[in-house]
Structure formats: structure tokens, C-alpha cells
Write a protein that binds this ligand. Structure first.
Ligand code: IPE
Ligand code: IPE
Ligand code: MG
Length: 237
């Protein structure tokens, strides 16, 4: 990729379309999730290479528990094998893994695998991979509000300490705002993904299903990002 290209500091990816990808090939939906792992591995390496500093990946929403038990169970097993095996290469690649979302009601084995990869990568510095698992923006607002109320109740903060920056710092992870949100599969919605963080993000909706979101597709997205004129409420430059 050319040097003059602006690389977004924080990229969000809503990894959608796994089920349709598989169904269109006459396979069961879960095969789409399996193939998404291959795509994601290449994408993580590529994002680190081109200099993305933060990437937030929507892996499982609070609403995804509404799915058939067999699909939810498959995804939970996939998370375990990903964090204990498939994504171990991130340790050497200087990628730090953190998680956003509610721990309840994730199975104990998933939580253990999450804690382990987070611990194993905690000193890595190249790319922060924020995996949104059992994540919902509304749940995050509720949890953040409760956390701040507790601090107030314990006398650790004054009411006037609560400002926009303070709220941002007390979300699940203290990350810079999203610059670019990509949702694959052609759906044009956020589905409860990082609403606070995405307030001034640019949006991009490629038609491809996530398993086909190759590094070339990512490069196309970056070209599109470079065409945008971000004004943040100011005047066009
Ligand atoms: C995204 O793909 C993965 C998760 C939500 C876990 P989907 O499973 O939503 O695939 P489609 O949208 O039904 O095709
Ligand atoms: C959003 O996709 C969640 C993830 C990609 C993890 P969904 O497939 O769950 O969203 P809806 O139901 O189409 O809005
Ligand atoms: Mg979907």
C-alpha cells in the first residue's frame, strides 16, 4: 500500500454474512463461521502490517443468543479453539488482544480462553485487537452508568468529574474513537455496535460476505476511506 494513504487509527469491523456465505454454497451456516476464521487471521496480519493501531471486531452480539442453541454452541466452541490455538500467532506478532462485552452468561471455558489470550498478549504494542464478544452498545451504556454511579456512591468522584472524556474512559475498553466502520454483507445497520465510539466514524458497506472479505477487499476499503472528507462539525477544508 502506498505511503501517502491515510490509514484509519481505529477500524471497526462488523463481520456479517457468514451464514449466507455457507448457505449459498449448500453448506450449513456454521461452515461460514469456520471459514470466517481463515479470513480473520489474514486480516489481522494485514491490519498490523499497514499500520492500523486499533481494530474492534464484532464477533458476537448480546442479541446473538437468540439463535438456535446448536449455532450458539458451535460459535462458543469456535471462540475457545480460536483463542487457545488459531490466534496464538498473535503473541509473536506483537498484537494485543482485549475484549469488550458482558462476561455473563458466557461459558466458563470461553472466559478462560479469553483471559488466557488477553494475559499472553498484554505487553504487545503493534495493534490492539478489541474483540467484541457478547457485546452490545446498550449493555455497555448500562454497565458504564452503573460503574460510574458506584464510583460516585463511594465518594471517588464528584458529579462534575463526569464529562464526555470520562464516559469514554469508563466504557468496556479505553480506546480512541472509531475512524472507520466496515460492515460486510450489504446490510446497512449498526446492530448495536459501538454507538458511542462511532459518533464521527466513516461507514463502508461492501457487498461481500465476511468469509470473502480478503486483504484486497480491505485495501479497497482503505481507498474509499481516503476519499472521505471528515469535518467533525467544522468547515470543509
Ligand atoms: C456474522 O454472520 C457472524 C455472527 C453474527 C456471529 P451471520 O451469522 O450473521 O451471517 P448471516 O448474516 O446470517 O448471513
Ligand atoms: C451483527 O450481525 C453481529 C455480528 C456481526 C457479530 P447480526 O447478523 O447479528 O445482525 P442483524 O441481526 O442482521 O442485525
Ligand atoms: Mg448476520
Amino acid at each position: 500500500m502506498e505511503n501517502e494513504l491515510k490509514i484509519p487509527n481505529h477500524v471497526g469491523i462488523i463481520m456479517d454474512g457468514n451464514g449466507r456465505w455457507a448457505q449459498e454454497r449448500g453448506m450449513v451456516r456454521t461452515m461460514g463461521h469456520k471459514n470466517a476464521i481463515k479470513t480473520l487471521k489474514a486480516l489481522c496480519l494485514h491490519m498490523a502490517d499497514v499500520g492500523v493501531k486499533y481494530a474492534s471486531l464484532y464477533a458476537f452480539s448480546t442479541e446473538n443468543f437468540k439463535r438456535e442453541k446448536s449455532e450458539v454452541d458451535y460459535l462458543m466452541d469456535l471462540f475457545i479453539s480460536s483463542f487457545t490455538k488459531e490466534f496464538k500467532f498473535l503473541i509473536e506478532k506483537n498484537v494485543r488482544v482485549v475484549f469488550s462485552g458482558r462476561r455473563e452468561p458466557l461459558p466458563e471455558k470461553v472466559l478462560e480462553a479469553m483471559d488466557k489470550i488477553q494475559e499472553d498478549t498484554k505487553n504487545n504494542k503493534d495493534l490492539v485487537l478489541n474483540i467484541c464478544l457478547n457485546y452490545g452498545s446498550h449493555a455497555e451504556m448500562v454497565d458504564t452508568t452503573k460503574k460510574i454511579c458506584e464510583m460516585y456512591k463511594e465518594g471517588k468522584i464528584e458529579l462534575d468529574d463526569i464529562n464526555e472524556e470520562f464516559i469514554q474512559k469508563n466504557l468496556y475498553q479505553d480506546l480512541p474513537p472509531l475512524d472507520f466502520v466496515i460492515r460486510t454483507s450489504g446490510e446497512l445497520r449498526l446492530s448495536n455496535f459501538m454507538m458511542y465510539q462511532a459518533s464521527y466514524a466513516e461507514f463502508y458497506f461492501p457487498q461481500v460476505y465476511f468469509p470473502d472479505f480478503t486483504t484486497e477487499e480491505f485495501d479497497k476499503a482503505i481507498l474509499e476511506f481516503n476519499k472521505r472528507n471528515r469535518r467533525f462539525g467544522g468547515v470543509k477544508k
